[in-house]
Structure formats: C-alpha cells, structure tokens
Write a protein that binds this ligand. Structure first.
Ligand SMILES: [Zn+2]
Ligand SMILES: [Zn+2]
Length: 181
C-alpha cells in the first residue's frame, strides 16, 4: 500500500482530507500496482502516463498530486460519466487499467470512518479492476487557429464551426437544433 506521506501530499494539494480524496488516493495505488509504476511519488515523464477521469470530484486531485497527470500537460483527460472510475494508460507499452469503485463500498460507515476505511484497505478490495473499454487517447495535437468571424477571438481549428461560410467559435455558433428530432 502507498505510504501515508503520499496521502499527506495529496491532502496538501487538495486543501483538505475527505473520502473523495481517499478514493483518488487508492486509485493511484491501483495504477501504480497494476501498471508497475514507481511508487516514490511516481511523477510521470511528460505525458507518458495518461489518466482518464470519469468524474470531476475530489479524488481527481490525488491523481494530479501523486501521479503528475495534469490537465495542462494533456495527460489528465475528463470523460465525465458520473462514475467513481479512473482509467490509467502507459503510452510506452500501451497497457491500461480501469478502477471503478465497487457498489455499496463503505455504505454502512459515517464520513470519518469511511475515509479511514478507504485509506487502510487495499485498492483491489475497493475497486473493480478491469481493462478499460476505450483505447488510449491520442497525444495532444497542435492546431492552426483562426479568428472567429463574429467575436474576433482567435480559436483553434478543431473548435471552429462554419456559419454563413465563415469560421465561428462554439460560443458564437447558432446551433441547428433539429438534429436528432
Ligand atoms: Zn475533498
Ligand atoms: Zn466567437
């Protein structure tokens, strides 16, 4: 299991201790074990390690603090599904693991006891450990940019739409709402 020094490190980054952070902490433990990462705070070399988070809750901060997957580096990718699930991939060897909190985990415990239970229980008793049902996402790409024809702000190509024959950003685009009617 991961040392409590790492728990303290995660809590310092997050700003408080809570059961949600403990879930992320244990997901990190699972990633380190399952993918054979080094446990010494396992800083990922650039985007070698990629984490897909299926929630936007407290636990994501443990992943950022301990595994150095960050939004800015492009190796922390939100895939919001409202599930306490985390997938980790190593680009080097293409391995991946998905950890999804088991149903009913700690449901009979109060908040403090739940947090303690999470921290002191091996990850594979907390999470279902599976192969991710989706593949490794591509690396962050560089895109050309153009000015939006409406607001004038410079926008990357992938986020532009065509409206009246001109490029417009997503906020200026007047969506055609009949789709899927
Ligand atoms: Zn929290
Ligand atoms: Zn615009």
């Amino acid at each position: 299991m991961l040392s409590l020094d790492l728990w303290e490190k995660a809590a310092q980054f997050h700003g408080h201790k809570c059961p949600g952070l403990a879930m992320g902490f244990k997901a990190c433990e699972g990633a380190i074990e399952e993918l054979g990462l080094s446990a010494d705070g396992a800083s990922s070399v650039d985007e070698e390690l990629v984490c897909i988070v299926e929630n936007d809750a407290c636990g994501v901060d443990a992943v950022q603090a301990l595994l150095s997957c960050t939004y800015g580096k492009g190796n922390l990718i939100p895939r919001l599904r409202g599930k306490m699930a985390f997938s980790f991939f190593t680009r080097e060897n293409g391995r991946g693991v998905r950890l999804c909190l088991k149903p009913g985990c700690g449901s009979n415990l109060d908040r403090a006891a739940f947090q303690e239970y999470l921290i002191s229980t091996p990850y594979d008793q907390l999470f279902d450990v599976k192969v991710p049902p989706y593949g490794l996402p591509e690396r962050a790409r560089l895109f050309k940019s153009e000015r939006c024809a409406v607001c004038g702000e410079v926008t990357a190509e992938y986020a532009l739409r065509i409206q009246n024959g001109k490029p417009v950003c997503a906020d200026c685009y007047d969506a055609y709402e009949r789709e899927g009617f």
